[in-house]
Design a protein around this ligand. Structure first.
Ligand SMILES: [Zn+2]
Length: 129
């Protein structure tokens, strides 16, 4: 039963959309937003995407989260190191987002974060907080 547990972030995302539409609860929206972000960064099922030893292909093992690599420790390090600034951006985007699925995971991470920020800022700006 890997299914439901692996995809709980999408349940959180659905709950977040509902919360944005119906709820005035800023803490609820903020928590759901951060949950979606954390899910995308650390848990969403994606490809590892680290560069293989031949330097041309990318690891296609399963990994959890766009920041995580597969079971090979070297691959996890490689992804961590690629995320630090001044690395080659082309390599990072290809390795971290090789497919639409990974791009969508990145979108979730950014969107979740934006949603969390918006949940806190919008009531302040509109004076409804
Ligand atoms: Zn790997």
């Amino acid at each position: 039963m890997r299914g439901i547990r692996a995809y709980w972030g999408f349940v959180a995302l659905a709950a977040l959309v509902v919360a944005w539409g119906n709820s005035d609860s800023v803490p609820l929206i903020a928590i759901l937003s951060l949950a979606v972000t954390a899910y995308a960064l650390f848990q969403v099922p994606v490809w590892c995407g680290a560069v293989n030893r031949d330097g041309r292909t990318y690891c296609r093992k399963n990994a959890s989260g766009i920041l995580m690599g597969c079971s090979l420790r070297q691959h996890r390090w490689q992804k961590m190191k690629m995320i630090v600034p001044r690395s080659k951006m082309g390599d990072v985007s290809r390795a971290v987002f090789p497919t639409t699925k990974e791009k969508f995971a990145a979108f979730l991470a950014v969107g979740g974060l934006a949603s969390a920020v918006a949940a806190v800022i919008v009531p302040v700006v509109t004076g409804q907080g």
